[in-house]
Design a protein around this ligand. Structure first.
Ligand SMILES: *Cc1c(COP(=O)(O)O)cnc(C)c1O
Length: 221
């Protein structure tokens, strides 16, 4: 068995059945994705639209492509015909653009609102108040070609488990609150290689794991 297949199996066996594993393949060559595919993996996450399009074009068409990166509105059109889930929506304006491009392809695109849960200034995301406003707004309801299916959060890069736990559980609390009024909210995307176990124990049902599957990324190549 290849190393990638072994890593996938190890992770799959250690997570509950209701948790979806997104294999984060950014910067990795197509051969690595094909190896993961051959091992049964069907959900892949990329953070750059162009790179995702290039990989989509050459890999099997039953792959579900998740855009997990920060979005530039002017590039949404390149993935609108195939993207399965967009994790990183942090502006109403982006939702409008996704809606517009989805409509051209007669699709409804699933989106997650990215919440800012980390204490760091560098992480993108909406405040809980802004999320509330987007969910409640008439303007959002008018967007028939997008479906807000949940939230995404990235915790602070730290070993402090108490802090991670606080950040994850704050978003879980918000998720539970809105889920009762809005049954289309089903996905809570939290957790990466370093913190997915903690994220799952705090209510995550979708994890985005890269380096624990494919090895460390080399951004210089
Ligand atoms: C790169 C990335 C991941 C995966 O990170 P690893 O630490 O390699 O598992 C998860 N989520 C987002 C948004 C990312 O950009």
């Amino acid at each position: 068995m290849s190393l990638i297949a072994e890593n996938l199996l190890k992770i799959q066996q250690s997570i509950p059945e209701n948790v979806t594993l997104v294999a984060v393949s950014k910067t990795k060559p197509v051969a690595d994705l094909q190896e993961a595919y051959n091992a049964g993996q069907r959900v892949f996450g990329e953070n750059k639209i162009q790179e995702m399009v290039d990989k989509y074009n050459v890999l099997p068409k039953d792959i579900k492509w998740h855009m997990i990166g920060h979005l530039q509105s002017n590039k949404v059109k390149y993935m609108a015909h195939f993207v399965d889930l967009i994790h990183g929506v942090d502006k109403f304006k982006t939702l409008k653009e996704i809606n517009k491009q989805a409509k051209k392809h007669n699709r409804v695109i699933d989106c997650l609102l990215q919440a800012k849960i980390a204490k760091e200034d560098t992480k993108f995301g909406l405040s809980f108040h802004e999320i509330e406003a987007i969910l409640a707004s008439e303007e959002t309801l008018e967007l028939k070609n997008i479906n807000i299916v949940g939230f995404m959060g990235m915790a602070t890069f730290t070993d402090n488990e108490t802090q991670l736990q606080e950040e994850f559980s704050s978003l879980k609390t918000l998720f539970d609150k809105f889920k009762t009024q809005n049954p289309s909210l089903k996905i809570l995307s939290m957790g990466m290689s370093g913190d997915y176990k903690l994220a799952i124990s705090n209510g995550s049902n979708m994890i985005r794991v890269g380096s624990s599957i494919f090895g460390n990324r080399n951004y210089n190549s």
